[in-house]
Design a protein around this ligand. Structure first.
Ligand code: PMP
Length: 467
């Protein structure tokens, strides 16, 4: 994690946090030494810490708070739903209106015809559900060996046991004894890093599809390989937009081996890539689609799994044979979360948030592209309203800095925090993913602060002889 140098002594939140709170994604020893940065309130695209300092939330929290950090309507809807029916479940044929309404709305929005919507509480739970669905479906279809699921190196699908296995990042496997069996990883479609000398983007996309097919054949072909899961644009792996034609090619391979195609829209869904779904931006026709985060603008935890009729019919057959689909969470489709998600979608429609994001995308992308001539930036990549800047030691050779001795990405992060800006660095790849409600002036402010962070990092690296 990043090292924001601030004194926590005398700050009671920080001392109590260190004493009591075990954090997600944190180096605990470092946390004991430096303490947390505690956020106490939000307003629009800004959040404020407990020292009163304001930050532009350039990551929409965790790629998720599409409406920013204050919205009266969502607060009111949550309050009203809590008064009417604070909790009910959907097990054993029970139901409630918020879940019915939200399922209906999501189906109407889906990028391809979908049959049913299953609810969970997080992206991880949604993707874990999908792994079980794929296995269940193939048992239903009398294909007991067709159980292997392919995801990609650098893909991110969550942290529960199956979802973390799908994730293709070392920190999610190392020391956790993961991945589990039947989960495989194919090539990452990052042309800048993995394209070979002289290879065009198109040739690179073709090679990715060939490597996928080789993996399928090595693992037993159609009899053993059941599905592939992809984020349309990889998020936590570094904001990686695959080259043109990539999805056409890999979906053709999946069809050839009778595999289900799963789109993980947890980040891309709800306007992030310039269309409602990443599937629309990248030309993907999924059998199963998962979403979360901006589903409720992150005001409450909720996620969804949409399945097409082919998948639903198999699930239905097997559940009838066994007696039940033995899967579901206490809070699947929680009425308050579902009511807030539905209201979120109404707000998106009323303020034309997706249209706003599409219109603002060229401005956002121009800002990202303007960093291409910065001495530290090797790649400036963006789509819709999400982008990344890759820091390199040598633009020609694309050689990175030493991640430990230099830690260039961490430095940019720390300088940005000093300037009241939250971005995220995945190693030396710096991501920007602001709330979709952001306006042009706020975007200019965001990128102005980021420019300062890059310039100060450059000055540090020069003065220390790293550059
Ligand atoms: N899929 C993707 C594409 C994600 O980005 C994330 C979270 N960043 C997840 C799944 C997991 O979601 P959660 O953290 O809600 O479990």
């Amino acid at each position: 994690m990043n090292d924001v140098s601030r004194s926590f002594r005398g700050n009671s939140n920080a001392a109590r946090d260190i004493a009591h709170h075990l954090h997600p994604y944190t180096n605990f020893k470092k946390h004991e030494a430096t303490g947390p940065l505690t956020i106490v309130r939000g307003r629009g695209v800004y959040v404020m810490d407990d020292d009163g300092k304001e930050y532009i939330e350039g990551m929409a929290g965790l790629w998720s708070a599409a409406l920013g950090f204050s919205n009266e309507r969502l607060a009111t809807v949550a309050y009203e739903q809590m008064k009417q029916l604070p909790f009910y479940h959907a097990f054993n044929q029970r139901s409630h209106e918020p879940a019915i309404n939200l399922a209906e709305k999501l189906k109407a929005m889906a990028p391809v015809p979908m049959s049913k919507v299953f609810f969970a509480n997080s992206g991880s739970e949604a993707n874990d559900t999908v792994v079980k669905m794929v296995w269940y479906v193939n048992n239903a279809l009398g294909r007991p060996h067709k159980k292997k699921i392919i995801s990609r190196i650098k893909g991110y699908h969550g942290v529960t046991v199956a979802a973390a296995s799908l994730t293709g990042l070392p920190n999610n496997h190392r020391s956790f004894d993961l991945p589990i069996a039947n989960i495989l990883h194919t090539s990452c479609p990052h042309y800048y890093r993995f394209g070979k000398d002289g290879e065009t983007e198109e040739q690179f996309a073709t090679r990715c599809a060939e490597e996928l097919e080789q993996l399928i054949l090595k693992e037993g072909g159609a009899e053993h390989v059941a599905a592939m899961i992809c984020e349309p644009v990889m998020g936590a792996g570094g904001v990686i937009v695959p080259p043109k034609g990539y999805y056409e090619k890999i979906q053709a391979v999946c069809r050839k081996y009778d595999m289900l195609f799963i789109a993980d829209e947890v980040i891309c869904g709800f306007g992030r890539t310039g269309n409602v779904w990443g599937c629309q931006t990248l030309n993907i026709q999924p059998d199963i689609l998962t979403c979360a985060k901006a589903l409720s603008a992150s005001f409450l935890p909720i996620s969804a799994v949409m399945v097409n009729d082919k998948v639903y019919q198999a699930l239905a057959t097997e559940s009838d044979k066994i007696g039940t689909w033995g899967h579901g969470f206490t809070y699947s489709g929680h009425p308050v979360a579902a009511a807030v998600a539905l209201e979120t979608q109404k707000i998106y429609d009323e303020i034309d948030l997706f249209g706003h994001a599409k219109r603002l995308s060229p401005v956002f992308q121009k800002h990202v592209a303007s960093f291409a001539d910065h001495p530290l930036v090797g790649e400036a990549m963006s789509v819709g309203m999400v982008g990344a800047l890759e820091i390199v030691a040598d633009k020609k050779t694309k050689a990175p800095f030493d991640p430990v001795a230099v830690g260039a990405g961490n430095r940019v992060y720390n300088h940005a925090v000093q300037h009241g800006l939250f971005i995220r660095n995945m190693g030396d790849r710096v991501a920007i993913c602001p709330p979709l409600i952001i306006n042009e002036a706020e975007l200019a402010d965001l990128f102005g602060r980021l420019r300062k962070a890059f310039d100060e990092t450059l000055a540090d690296l020069r003065s220390e002889g790293h550059f």
